[in-house]
Design a protein around this ligand. Sequence first.
Ligand code: FE2
Length: 383
Amino acid sequence: MPGTYYMPGVNLIHRGALKDVGIWAHNIGGTKGLVVASMGSYGENQGKMVSDVLVKDGIQSVVYAGAGPNPTDTMVMNGVELYKDQTCDFLVAIGGGSAMDCAKGIGLIVSNGGTIDQYEGVGKATNDLPPFITVNTTAGTGSEVTSVAVLTESKTHHKMTIVDWRLTADVSVNDPELMLSMPPSLTAATGMDALSHAIEAYVCTIATALTDSLAYEAITLVYRWLPVAFEHGDNIAAREGMCHAAFLAGLAFNNSGLGYVHALSHPLTGKYGLPHGVLNAILMPAVMRWNSVLVGTRMAQIAVAMGVGHPWRTDRENAEKAITAVEDMNRRLKMPSGLAAMGVKESDIPALAEAALEELAARTNPRQAASAEQIQRLYLDSM
Ligand SMILES: [Fe+2]
């Protein structure tokens, strides 16, 4: 169980944490920041919130509200141009995974040059990124703490996974007050993404004592707080609970690995542009059943973390309880009934299965498929 652990040096999780961004920008040596946010007026407003906080501490900034859902290499390069034109010296990302991944791409190119495709894979950067603060607004992706960026090649729609410890932010910020207005559908999707991170980290081939403890607690917190946050969005305790859940799950998978839920999910987003968290929610039961054959005891422990496992049952029975608890949660969160309901075509499954096997996340799944046909079966079971 060898362990090498990466995480931001400073992590703030509390109500009103956004107000501390200026102080931390000072602490990491920033004087003029590029604030990377989502596209549209929503992102512009979020970017302005950060700028207003920074200016109170005497720090200049420029807002780049240019990160679309599934950010592309083009969005990254536009941000790089603005960063250089405006002579910025640090980065702040505000939003969900898209804004953060886009900011990571911008930092990567600003410091290392070239184009994004050169960095696909693991550990290709040679220079440190500029000082970097992540302000999370969705409680799900874990991107605020991870050393991973998923960016899409504009021309081919290919999703490039870039893993590099240099992508890790210096400071991560989770302010539950920023999440009070998050709509129920986004709360559900990002919350289930967090759950998939925790479950995959817990059963993956390179889990360690540290990632186990992070993942286990994240699962418990999701089952305690996600339904409350979904049904009562203004419940600050639920939002704070989900901040911790997503944060812990992010740290867990960043320091272990993921599995087939993410490996099967990424090609679907690449092909159809479907939301990551919703896909993961739908794929999770089939992948958990597939993995249970080999890691039934771990799956039974997950049931206990969820509050549905009991010692008088066999591991197999408890594992099945964990799977049905995910299905129940999907229903409670009003997730689509399956991939078909989201417009996925059966005729596309053979190509999707081939792509899934190429995904980085597939490598750490505990039970490996012997053929692409077995992956096709998992897609079909999720239809
Ligand atoms: Fe994810």
